[in-house]
Write a protein that binds this ligand. Structure first.
Ligand SMILES: [Zn+2]
Length: 406
């Protein structure tokens, strides 16, 4: 990446790259003839295609002709309020062209020939990518610090997800922790369209530093890696749900709430609403999916040779959940319930290594597959460059900060 410009913006982020020019993929370019008339129609609430075509003066018979063509029917029928249709008529008031957009980046252009035969072209606009740098210090929460650093909620979530494999944002965060990141934003006609991806990021947590670099290998696969080429992801999710509260931890000496005697608690209980999706914590094969008096609806997944995970008390299984099925990390295998011997709706989750129960909250999770060695040379030089850029901008940002504080 070429650094072209460096200047502070209002949000204290630093624009580090002048984007490539807007690219519009060529379509059949219409040359409006003299004497042609253009009519724009904005779709109102309650409109359908017929009303829009009527209002423009094109009429419905041409519309029926157009939607008899499946290529046209599919996109044109996704009509929505606020959408704009542009009709072009020749000097004899015969419809020659219709344009409409499906999204800010995707539009369609229909051309009718002398015989009123229609062809349709898809026009895709490629947004400008602006790469920005920002940095923040956590005083209260990652969310507030991210927001102060000019990051959108979406970008803060991306950052939390990226480092969530290494840092427990509920337990590990200390006041004074810092993050810095290079990230992309997509622009169209000078206005921000949406967030792009994090390019590279660094997190300083309680004295340690974690760096993540986004890398696309020559096969087109994109993932985040540490500078030494290890995946940022782990082979297992720490928790198999997104929304939960830990209601009972792993405890070899727990008094069982139903049996009222000492029964080791060999897993972690996550309280959540009945119906909350439960995800497979790692890739594996389902070796058990049945009902037991104790565990209720229970699923066991075998991961490689040594590791098994168990998910109990489900209200129901998902459609993927059948013994013998291969399952991917994050795939929904069932839903929280209160089946079996329980006092309330929760997921009971066990993590077993070679048949020995481990604490799911603290067990050291194996990392996902590292970058394949054939991409390592290319990655190494890219990673060195990105780590260097992060440092350069860290320093530049400090200077900007100092200037602002004077
Ligand atoms: Zn339990």
């Amino acid at each position: 990446m070429l650094i072209v410009a460096l200047w502070p913006s209002h949000s204290q982020s630093v624009v580090v790259e002048i984007p490539a020019n807007l690219v519009i993929e060529p379509s059949s370019v219409s040359v409006d003839e003299p004497g042609w008339q253009e009519v724009s129609e904005t779709v109102n609430l309650g409109d359908n295609l017929s009303t829009v075509f009527e209002r423009s003066g094109a009429g419905v018979s041409v519309l029926y002709k157009l939607i008899s063509n499946d290529e046209i029917k599919k996109p044109i029928e996704k009509i929505y309020p606020g959408q704009e249709f542009v009709f072009s008529f020749d000097e004899d008031a015969v419809l020659k062209e219709v344009s409409f957009n499906e999204s800010p980046i995707l539009s369609y252009h229909i051309v009718l020939d002398e015989a009123q035969q229609a062809t349709i072209d898809k026009v895709v606009r490629v947004p400008d990518i602006h790469t920005r740098f920002t940095k923040g210090t956590i005083n209260n929460s990652l969310f507030l610090a991210g927001s102060d650093a000019g990051l959108s909620d979406n970008m803060i979530m991306q950052l939390a997800t990226l480092f969530g494999w290494d840092i427990d944002f509920a337990l590990d965060i200390r006041q004074g922790d810092q993050f810095s990141l290079l990230y992309e934003e997509n622009y169209l006609d000078g206005a921000k369209l949406n967030d792009g991806a994090i390019v590279a990021a660094k997190f300083y947590n309680n004295g340690r530093e974690v760096t993540a670099i986004r890398y696309t290998d020559s096969s087109g696969h994109t993932d985040y890696y540490s500078p030494d080429g290890n995946s940022m992801r782990k082979a297992f999710l720490r928790t198999p749900m997104d929304v939960f509260r830990i209601s009972s931890s792993f405890n070899p000496n727990r008094k069982h709430p139903v049996l009222n005697k000492i029964v080791a608690h060999k897993g972690t209980d996550y309280a959540a609403m009945t119906g909350t999706p439960i995800k497979a914590s790692g890739d594996g094969k389902i070796i058990k999916a049945n009902y037991s008096a104790t565990y209720g609806n229970v699923v066991v997944i075998q991961h490689g040779e040594n590791i098994r995970t168990l998910y109990a008390h489900m209200s129901k299984f998902s459609k993927y959940t059948k013994v013998g099925n291969r399952i991917k990390q994050g795939q929904v295998i069932g839903y929280v319930g209160a089946t079996g011997r329980v006092t309330g709706a929760h997921l009971h989750y066990e993590f077993q290594v070679n048949g020995v129960h481990k604490n799911p909250q603290t067990v050291k999770l194996p990392t996902a597959e590292p970058l394949p060695s054939k991409y390592r040379d290319d990655f190494d030089s890219y990673a060195t460059n990105m780590v260097g850029q992060l440092s350069v901008f860290d320093e530049a940002f400090a200077t900007v900060g100092n200037l602002n504080s004077e």
